[in-house]
Ligand binder design. Structure first.
Ligand code: SF4
Length: 91
């Protein structure tokens, strides 16, 4: 797989995620915390983007990690972000 294929897949995930989520699914509205920072970096982090996830480096990092997971384990790449969520994949 080329870097191009990864970029295309990440773009597709953003596009499909926006269909379901107006705000980032990892944004805690009450505390403004980013739930992904805790998972990816093991520390509590605030979201300084008010949940606007388009182009967010943390959200992109998750997608890059997922891409590697799917390609390394030779699993079919989901074509819809919701499928990623439904598979309850833990990073
Ligand atoms: S920092 Fe990014 S991943 Fe985290 S809640 Fe905000 S938009 Fe979502």
């Amino acid at each position: 797989m080329t870097e191009d294929a990864e970029k295309k897949w990440i773009a597709l995930m953003y596009k499909t995620a926006k269909k379901y989520h107006k705000l980032c699914p990892y944004f805690d509205k009450k505390t403004a915390h980013c739930l992904l920072t805790a998972t990816l970096e093991g520390k509590l982090g605030r979201c300084d983007r008010d949940g606007r996830f388009e182009g967010c480096p943390i959200f992109t990092k998750l997608l890059e990690k997922l891409y590697r997971h799917y390609t390394d384990s030779r699993k079919a790449l989901p074509r819809d972000f919701q499928d990623v969520v439904n598979q309850a994949f833990t990073v």
